[in-house]
Design a protein around this ligand. Structure first.
Ligand SMILES: [Zn+2]
Length: 234
């Protein structure tokens, strides 16, 4: 039997037991062990940011069972998804029987540094590319494990809440597959060195300024969120 005792203060009076602090979280974003292991593997495979979409359980949309990468151009401070690859991903997911709520609502990317907080560019991307969906999640995994998650509702009165992150071991899950994941990484990720680019290593047609504050960023979006090519997250 465990007895709870109250400590005495210096004055000899018993102190009040500390009330457990209520966390500010209202919702929890859960990852299957497979999805979480894959996300960490992809984060650490190269030196840049990488991104993708979370694939949700059909009956529990805040349970992520896989993380799927899109063709992307990455630097240490940015990710840009390829529009055609996003379209292909959508087609493939529909063909596999999933609804858009399962594959197009949870945007995930990594930060090579230790800070998971979204940048101004992240916020702008979240609004522009996910603002037309009923709801969407932005989730960021930083280098040493710190995470940031936010669920945003765009319908009705709107609203948003921060998300706690946890790993859900309650259901059966697949084993890690580093060969498969590294193949996916190699197929999807193109790494660009922005410093080399600025020094003219790349052909003129490929030269773009990938600094987050570049006026290039966000300059070419149109009405369709999936045609907006600035999948940039820094
Ligand atoms: Zn970011």
């Amino acid at each position: 039997m465990i007895a709870l005792t109250r400590k005495r203060t210096k004055s000899g009076r018993r102190s009040r037991p500390r009330r457990r602090q209520e966390p500010g979280w209202r919702q929890t974003l859960r990852f299957s062990p497979y999805a979480w292991a894959k996300l960490k593997f992809l984060r650490d495979f190269g030196g840049t940011e990488v991104g993708g979409f979370g694939i949700s359980n059909a009956h529990d949309l805040l349970l992520i069972e896989d993380v799927v990468m899109i063709d992307q151009v990455c630097t240490p401070v940015s990710v840009e998804f390829d529009d055609a690859s996003v379209a292909d991903f959508f087609d493939d997911q529909v063909d596999e029987g999933r609804s858009p709520e399962q594959f197009a609502r949870i945007w995930i990317h990594t930060h090579p540094g230790s800070c998971p907080s979204p940048s101004g560019t992240d916020e702008e991307t979240f609004v522009r590319c996910f603002g037309s969906a009923d709801w969407a999640v932005m989730f960021i995994l930083a280098k040493h494990g710190a995470t940031y998650g936010r669920l945003k509702f765009n319908t009705g009165p709107g609203g948003e809440t921060q998300l706690r992150r946890t790993i859900d071991y309650s259901a059966p899950f697949a084993a890690a597959d580093h060969d498969l994941w590294s193949t996916e990484y190699a197929r999807r990720v193109t790494v660009l060195d922005p410093f080399a680019m600025r020094h003219g290593t790349f052909p003129d047609s490929d030269v773009r300024d990938f600094r987050p504050d570049s006026p290039d960023m966000g300059a070419s979006c149109d009405d369709s969120p999936w045609n907006a090519s600035e999948w940039v997250a820094s």
